[in-house]
Ligand binder design. Structure first.
Ligand SMILES: [Zn+2]
Length: 258
């Protein structure tokens, strides 16, 4: 079984001390490749360096939380980072109306700027949308965005339908393992077409709540992806091996990786 973790924040300080061991454990658990998420210009640069050093892949983008820090240098800097052969997507970018760390006009402006950059470079988009539907779908529709994945999808049936209608891929995390707030995803998982589904840990965040024992400091890591795979397979009534093969195929097709 070979899986691709399409979203792991491996530049996070939580991995500062033992990244080589984390990557070894991922390999040992069948996670054959990882796409390291870039969330700011500086972190995207580090993500590309990590990808280069360890044979991984990376995204280059600015998370909506940090939209207020963007300036005239942001897009040229992302364009430069995205030229790296291991940078396979733009993002994560999008809208977050849950935390609202950046004003909505800033979020929209820099989301659109990154959408346009992705179109210019012909790269797929790693999309973050939290409590921002339907605005997020509206922007994607108006700009006729290319290939995109709704990373860490946590929305409802209406939001799922809107994203599927826009041709988006859907990224599922360990949120589905959360008996308090992820139960609706268990019901929705089978509504996602088999050729649009991607799996991710969002490490070090979103440690599956039903993982026993819970890891030290509750840090999530890519080695937990098979646990998420099994939860999604259960929800869809599929064999984990078949779902592993399908989601890996999808990740390869989406990011254009071998
Ligand atoms: Zn996100």
């Amino acid at each position: 079984m070979q899986l691709v973790d399409i979203g792991a924040n491996l530049t996070h300080a939580a991995f500062g001390a033992d990244l080589p061991q984390v990557l070894q454990r991922a390999q040992a658990h069948g996670v054959g490749n990882i796409v390291v998420t870039g969330t700011t210009v500086a972190e995207s640069r580090r993500a590309a360096e990590l990808a280069d050093a360890h044979g991984l892949y990376a995204t280059a983008g600015v998370h909506p939380h940090h939209a207020r820090d963007c300036n005239a240098e942001t897009i040229p800097a992302l364009r430069g980072i995205a030229a790296h052969p291991r940078v396979v997507a733009l993002g994560e970018c999008g809208l977050d109306y849950n935390r609202n760390y950046s004003p909505h006009p800033d979020q929209e402006r820099w989301f659109v700027a990154q959408l346009e950059l992705a179109a210019e470079l012909g790269k797929p988009l790693f999309l973050h949308s939290r409590d921002a539907h339907p605005r997020c779908a509206e922007i994607l529709r108006n700009l006729r965005a290319g290939k995109a994945v709704a990373h860490c999808f946590t929305g409802d049936a209406v939001e799922l339908r809107a994203y599927l209608d826009l041709g988006l891929y859907i990224g599922i995390t360990g949120w589905i393992c959360d008996e308090r707030r992820g139960r609706h995803l268990v019901a929705l998982a089978k509504e996602i077409p088999g050729d649009r589904l991607l799996l991710e840990t969002d490490s070090p965040y979103l440690t599956p709540r039903d993982l026993h024992p819970q890891p030290k400091a509750r840090r999530n890591e890519p080695a937990h992806l098979p646990h998420i795979l099994r939860a999604v397979a259960r929800a869809r009534g599929e064999a984990p091996e078949a779902l592993a093969a399908a989601t890996t195929r999808n990740a390869q097709a989406f990011f254009g990786i071998a």
